[in-house]
Design a protein around this ligand. Structure first.
Ligand code: HEM
Ligand SMILES: [Cu+2]
Length: 597
């Protein structure tokens, strides 16, 4: 395998591989390390937009119907005299959710870290197809541009929620954003899915075919296992959303009735017959649920690596961790019905979905247990990457526990579509995956940019983010249990909820503090790319192969032969060695036993 990769790189260096120009190096690059940076920076921009939208929603919820200069400045005619329109609130919810789930945490996590780490950690010169990798990034870029353009459509952006249920999404005349806004959303997402599929196929083929000598599947770092299985889930489930989107486009523009039936608008009967909006829900959630693992698994893989390295201990239960990833991946494809308990589903079928959903608690608990056991009595290095990883373990548990409640149909029905759900999914998926992304950035920044991030700014970033994230999402459980519905732009017409107004103000204050402090991170990130302290070869004393490649990126990753692998990635504090880490490329000593838990 490696011999083949070597000859390939040889050709690249001396044969057809000509001098790099600015355009081939920075724009149409086929080098996985550059593509990783392109993904990261594009996703960061989308993230900033998504956070700004969430700040506007929170301000609206805290002080509804009060004029706000920020609304007036950013929303223009949708906030006459600074008072927000109901329709535009729904559009903010929709675009915020879409950007966060797909553009930041799907493309941002896999696009950045699978790209950066798969070749470097398995010992490959690059992705299986650099060309497809480049196309994948540029399709992502195109879909991002279209999504942003949709924010400026005269009648408003899409406003049917990130789940775009029909009939709201299917009838172009339903509301402002249902026309051009919704069309652009669908086109953008179709291109996004094409990008994601090309990326995933590349990751899968690379992991299967291009591992260096000695890198057996059971010696793979858990990061790679996570990225690999994430790509497999993506290939299985994204095409289903693509077909749902295409059928929806047919319903909207070509007179079909896949998802619509017997609709009257203002006394007039529309022509639709025989379709079913519930069919759409099934198709949507067949992707939608696995999607939460598409964002979460890479974050969990990143955390495994960072926690083991910074505990200076082998990861606890390597095989159990791999088995959990596989079990989660399999189960994630047979639980989608838990989003549809109130769609008129037969209660017996509901109980089947409850059963499969609760089963996921087992591998999830195994993972949480193994993180904590790895930390236990470790020689903990509390750098920002480690703090964010521990933060992930915390939110994964607090968010996961409410999943047990929501997964149970008898309980879910009571809190469906309330803030309880908003609290649950933000913690378990949104914040957890975001922490995984931050952890990955702090840990691999030196590998990406050859410089270090400032640690002290990292500490400030972590603590303010962690406190404000709980400040925002913890109280939402209670207002949710009190019945406050989600996706409402105001509740001031319901005296029932007057008591909750103060809680909403407190939540918003935490949200604004947390949001504004992300500037500390952005500053640290962009400043350090140019002026950060120069990175050492292996700053975290880690075992994985990426730290054996030169700090300054070269095409093909390693100057000479690709290192061979002789052990798993977790030989930390192994007795009989002088250092508390033994990188994967160091041969076993005479009589040394290979560890493998
Ligand atoms: C910066 C911190 C965040 C704040 C303050 C925030 C706030 C909000 C608010 C106020 C809503 C609307 C609730 C409603 O009216 O129903 C919402 C919805 C949503 N958010 Fe966030 N959010 C944040 C981060 C995230 C992250 C990291 C994700 C990633 C998964 C995310 C995903 C979503 C989704 C999927 C929705 C639902 C959209 C829908 O109902 O269609 N959010 N968020
Ligand atoms: Cu789900």
């Amino acid at each position: 395998m490696s011999a083949h990769a070597d000859t390939h790189a040889h050709e690249d260096d001396h044969g057809h591989h000509h001098k790099e120009t600015f355009i081939t190096k920075y724009i149409f690059s086929q080098d996985h390390k550059m593509i990783a940076k392109q993904y990261l920076i594009t996703a960061t921009i989308m993230g900033v937009i998504a956070v700004v939208l969430s700040m506007m929603m929170r301000m609206q919820l805290a002080w509804p119907e009060e004029p706000n200069v920020i609304f007036e400045a950013l929303l223009g005619k949708w906030a006459p005299d600074g008072v927000m329109d109901a329709d535009i609130y729904l559009a903010l919810v929709t675009i915020h959710g879409t950007l966060m789930v797909f553009f930041v945490l799907t493309a941002g996590l896999s696009g950045t870290f699978s790209n950066l780490l798969i070749p470097l950690q398995i010992g490959a010169r690059d992705m299986a197809s650099g060309f497809l990798n480049m196309i994948s990034y540029w399709l992502f870029f195109l879909s991002s541009v279209i999504m942003i353009i949709s924010l400026f459509v005269e009648a408003g952006p899409a406003a049917a929620g990130w789940t775009i249920y029909p009939p709201l999404s299917a009838l172009p005349m339903a509301q402002g954003g249902s026309g051009m806004g919704m069309t652009l959303w669908l086109v953008s997402m179709a291109i996004f899915i094409a990008s994601s599929l090309l990326g995933s196929l590349n990751y899968i083929v690379t992991v299967i075919n291009l591992r260096t000598k000695g890198m057996s599947m059971t010696r793979l770092p858990l990061t790679i296992w996570a990225f690999f299985i994430t790509a497999v889930i993506g290939v299985i489930s994204f095409p289903v959303l693509l077909s749902a989107a295409l059928l929806l486009i047919m319903d909207r523009s070509f007179g079909t009735s896949f998802f619509l039936s017997d609709i009257f608008i203002q006394g007039e009967v529309l022509h639709y017959q025989g379709g079913s909006p519930v069919l759409f829900e099934h198709l949507f959630w067949f992707l939608g649920h696995p999607e939460v693992y598409i964002v979460l698994l890479p974050a969990l893989g990143i955390t495994s690596e960072i926690i083991a390295t910074n505990s200076r201990k082998p990861i606890f239960g390597y095989r159990a961790m791999v088995a959990s990833i596989l079990a989660i991946a399999f189960l994630s494809t047979i639980v989608w019905g838990h989003h549809m308990f109130i769609s008129g589903m037969n209660p017996f079928l509901g109980s089947v979905f409850t059963f499969t959903t609760l089963l996921i608690a087992i591998p999830s608990a195994v993972k949480a247990f193994n993180y904590i056991t790895t930390l236990w009595k470790g020689n903990l290095q509390m750098n920002p990457a480690m703090l964010f990883s521990i933060g992930l373990v915390s939110t994964f548990i607090t968010g996961g526990l409410t999943g047990i409640i929501l997964g149970d149909s008898a309980l879910d029905i009571n809190v469906h579509d309330t803030y309880f759900v908003v609290a649950h999914f933000h913690l378990v998926m949104g914040i957890s995956a975001l922490y995984g992304m931050f952890a990955g950035i702090y840990h691999w920044f030196p590998r990406m940019f050859g410089r270090m991030l400032n640690k002290n700014l990292g500490y400030i970033h972590f603590w303010v983010t962690a406190i404000s994230a709980y400040g925002v999402f913890f109280p939402m459980h209670f207002i949710g249990m009190a019945g406050l519905p989600r996706r409402y732009y105001t509740n001031s017409n319901f005296p029932l909820f007057d008591d909750l107004a103060d809680v909403n103000v407190v939540i918003t204050i935490f949200a604004v503090i947390g949001g504004v402090f992300q500037i500390v991170f952005l500053w640290n990130f962009f400043y350090s790319i140019f002026y950060g302290k120069k990175a050492e070869q292996n700053p975290w004393k880690s075992n994985t192969l990426e730290w054996t490649a030169p700090v300054k990126h070269i095409h093909g990753n390693w100057p000479g032969e690709i290192p061979h692998v002789h052990r798993w990635a977790y030989d930390y504090s192994k007795p009989g060695h002088d250092n508390d880490f033994v990188p994967q490329n160091i041969p076993l000593k005479d009589g040394e036993e290979e560890l493998q838990h």
